[in-house]
Write a protein that binds this ligand. Structure first.
Ligand SMILES: CC(C)(COP(=O)(O)OP(=O)(O)OC[C@H]1O[C@@H](n2cnc3c(N)ncnc32)[C@H](O)[C@@H]1OP(=O)(O)O)[C@@H](O)C(=O)NCCC(=O)NCCSC(=O)C[C@H](O)C(=O)O
Length: 360
């Protein structure tokens, strides 16, 4: 007879006894269901992440972001940074990674993000302090097991209190109790409304500089064409990208590292972190431009799942050039970037405004 008061007595060789033990044990939960969130709630996220050079380089190397200003101190200085900064995609992923335990660890999916603003460059060694406010919660009319929550998040330098990056993000979050719906599927979200049909003629800029984008847009205007092109590189999603990079930013979302739990989810498998998919597609685009600074992102949407073995490619449309924004040596270009997989299925899209270096 097992003496259950003896701390050494757990009999793991008997599967039935252990099964029954697990059946009776309560699970100490992590993360929150949809019902936890109420509009106006403020959350302070506690994980103790500091930005690191190693983390930034690992992120950049794996996602093919090779802009030398984030790798070399002399190029960083030439480009007007006081010190070599960490890469903005890494900064954004770290700020969001810290929020996951409180906001989205329970599962569900990252649907989109708006109004991403980079307030100032951040350097390695900066400890982060991150807070979020719930700005909206609603029931999903098409998926009764989920609700849809939007948070506003701000990432700051913990020592100086200065804001580094801010954004609004929206996730599908599992409900503790499924909602009662009429099962009609509900209205299709705004992001699904069909976009413009592009003209037959698509132009590619001749080079990587601001003037190249500006000239291409002027030509497109005269010829009833659009400036839109593909990027050649692709990147296949491996373990390092799918599970390694999110975990390195303390992103505990089960979607990226718990195959067992994800087996019974809409994706049926672990999926790539949205910020990794996005960063790979942006790296493809940046490799075809002379980026000076990242400014902001809007209307970011994750359209479909990216799983292990999928390959991410990039497509870019140039929307606008503003010669007067930014310093003398750069102009602002607004792009629409699309990440798509090997079957040409779009998985991410977003509008990005970046300063692009001039030719002279
Ligand atoms: C998740 C999907 C399978 C859902 O697809 P589908 O069922 O076809 O529905 P919709 O895409 O129309 O969306 C469902 C409801 O959500 C609303 N929605 C969608 N996007 C937004 C948005 N940006 N803002 C607000 N609301 C949005 C729609 O209006 C629908 O509402 P309702 O009609 O009332 O139900 C599919 O979208 C999909 O596969 N997306 C990809 C998801 C993904 O892979 N994301 C990245 C990986 S997960 C991740 O990164 C987690 C991260 O670590 C984290 O913690 O957040």
């Amino acid at each position: 007879m097992t003496d259950w008061t003896d701390p050494d007595a757990l009999d793991l060789s008997d599967a039935e006894t252990f099964d029954s033990l697990l059946d009776r044990a309560e699970t100490r939960e992590k993360g929150h269901f949809f019902e936890f969130f109420a509009e106006g709630d403020e959350l302070d996220h506690d994980p103790g992440l500091s930005l690191s050079q190693h983390g930034s380089e690992q992120w950049m190397g794996q996602t093919l972001n090779h802009d030398p200003a984030y790798w070399r101190a002399d190029t960083a200085r030439e480009r007007g940074f006081e010190e070599r900064p960490v890469h903005p995609d890494y900064l954004l992923a770290c700020v969001m990674g810290i929020t996951v335990e409180d906001l989205s660890e329970k599962g569900g999916y990252f649907l989109g993000r708006d109004d991403v603003r980079f307030h100032r460059p951040a350097t390695a060694g900066t400890p982060l302090s991150v807070t979020s406010t719930v700005v909206d919660t609603r029931t999903s009319s098409s998926r009764p097991k989920y609700g849809i929550v939007t948070w506003e998040t701000e990432g700051r330098d913990r020592e100086t209190g200065e804001t580094l990056v801010s954004y609004q993000r929206t996730n599908m979050i599992p409900r503790r109790e499924p909602a009662a719906t009429d099962g009609s599927g509900g209205a299709v979200g705004e992001q699904d409304a069909g976009g413009p049909t592009l003209p037959d003629t698509l132009l590619t800029p001749d080079g990587k500089h601001f003037e190249d984008f500006q000239t291409a847009l002027e030509r497109a205007d005269e010829e009833n064409a659009a400036v839109a092109y593909r990027h050649e590189r692709g990147r296949t999603m491996d373990d390092q990208l799918v599970a390694g990079l999110p975990l390195a930013t303390l992103n505990t979302a089960r979607q990226h590292h718990n195959r067992d739990e994800m087996d019974d989810s809409p994706s049926g498998d672990i999926v790539a972190y949205g910020d990794v998919t996005r960063s790979v597609a942006l790296a493809h685009a940046r490799s075809d431009e002379a980026t000076y600074r990242e400014r902001r992102f809007a209307n970011e949407r994750f359209h479909d799942f990216v799983t292990l073995g999928d390959t991410i490619y990039g497509f870019t449309r140039v929307l606008d050039c503003d010669s007067n924004a930014g310093p003398e040596r750069a102009g602002a270009v607004t792009f629409e970037h699309v990440a798509f997989n090997q079957d040409q299925t779009p998985v991410y899209s977003g509008r990005r405004t970046a300063l692009i270096q001039r030719n002279t």
